[in-house]
Design a protein around this ligand. Structure first.
Ligand SMILES: Nc1ncnc2c1ncn2[C@@H]1O[C@H](COP(=O)(O)OP(=O)(O)OP(=O)(O)O)[C@@H](O)[C@H]1O
Ligand SMILES: [Mg+2]
Length: 252
């Protein structure tokens, strides 16, 4: 479903990704862990076409998103947008439209981008908001909700576009500790009940262990260790992974 082949990305002299190869199968749930600045968010931003790679290929669902050899992506923005629409993303900061109701935040893109009739978009939004436990808040503005509630709206909003792939970037790290659980519960439910492909960057190790088919340990722009969660968390092979997990777990 997702394939990176030889992808490089630099910001000036900062070589963030080096010849990255990464494949995620359809339906697979993959967590990315690793130290700050190692390039985790950059991977997700390349998939969202918020950044452009310097080298390599990126494919999504069998279609080219980026091909630096042939300038695919930069040259053909309409075709690229169609590929990009298969992907939904939830960010650390919810980025909801503050002046719009919860319901309108969720229906906006289906109506404007997919051309869905309003009635159908609203019915679907109500179903999704029910799924994330917010059916009582349809008419509220984001500012009237807690951080955890806003993040659940952001998840519903991404799902409203019927993506094949969902990306989550540290979606709980801006939340108060007591609100983290309700957001993780929604994602856990999605992971366990849908066939969507999921790529998550997270510092919630217990959560990653529970929902992932595979965990990737990232350092300095490369995958240094990859395996089932039981191996990565209980028996990490790489010294860098051991050091990282020790530091993260001690911080808790
Ligand atoms: N738009 C940008 N311009 C310049 N440098 C950038 C830009 N985006 C990211 N970087 C740099 O690229 C490196 C990787 O950033 P990235 O956000 O991918 O790291 P990360 O692994 O997600 O870190 P964190 O765990 O702190 O979120 C960092 O050194 C960062 O400063
Ligand atoms: Mg990041």
């Amino acid at each position: 479903m997702i394939s990176f082949a030889g992808v490089g990305k630099s910001f000036g002299d900062n070589h963030v990704l080096r010849e990255l190869d990464l494949d995620v199968a359809a339906g697979e749930k993959v967590s990315i862990i690793g130290p700050s600045g190692s390039g985790k968010t950059t991977i997700l931003r390349l998939l969202m076409t918020l950044e452009q790679p310097d080298s390599g290929l990126v494919e999504v669902d069998g279609e080219l998103l980026w091909d630096c050899r042939n300038d695919v992506g930069a040259a053909d923005t309409r075709r690229q947008a169609a590929v990009r629409r298969k992907i939904g993303m939830v960010f650390q900061h919810f980025n909801l439209f503050p002046h719009m109701t919860v319901l309108n935040n969720v229906t906006l893109s289906p109506i404007q981008v997919l051309g869905m009739p309003r009635e159908e978009a609203e019915q679907r939004a109500v179903d999704l908001l029910q799924m994330v436990g917010l059916e009582k808040h349809l008419g509220h503005k984001p500012g009237q909700l807690s951080g955890g509630q806003q993040q659940r709206v952001a998840i519903a909003r991404a799902l409203a576009m019927r993506p094949k792939v969902m990306l989550f970037d540290e979606v709980t790290s801006a939340l108060d500790p007591e609100l983290i659980g309700e957001v993780l519960a929604v994602i856990r439910d999605l992971a366990h009940t849908t066939a969507m492909t999921m790529l998550l960057v997270t510092h919630e190790m217990r959560f990653a262990e529970e929902i992932s088919d595979r965990v990737l340990m990232f350092d300095s722009g490369a995958v240094i260790e990859s395996g089932p969660p039981s191996t990565i968390f209980e028996n990490p092979q790489h010294e860098r992974t051991q050091r990282f997990l020790k530091a993260v777990l001690e911080r808790k």
